[in-house]
Design a protein around this ligand. Structure first.
Ligand SMILES: [Zn+2]
Length: 47
């Protein structure tokens, strides 16, 4: 996954949460960039 800050792809997953909304289950991932240290959340539909 690409860092939204520096646009590099050297990122890692810090935490993962399962969550649920009206459309079903989804995964929230806390990601961190190994290059600039930027951290952000992603929301991914569970497969
Ligand atoms: Zn970055």
């Amino acid at each position: 996954m690409q860092c939204p800050y520096c646009k590099r792809t050297n990122t890692r997953v810090v935490q993962t949460f399962m969550a649920q909304d009206v459309f079903g289950e989804f995964v929230r991932r806390r990601r961190a960039c190994c290059d600039c240290g930027f951290r952000w959340w992603t929301r991914e539909r569970a497969e």
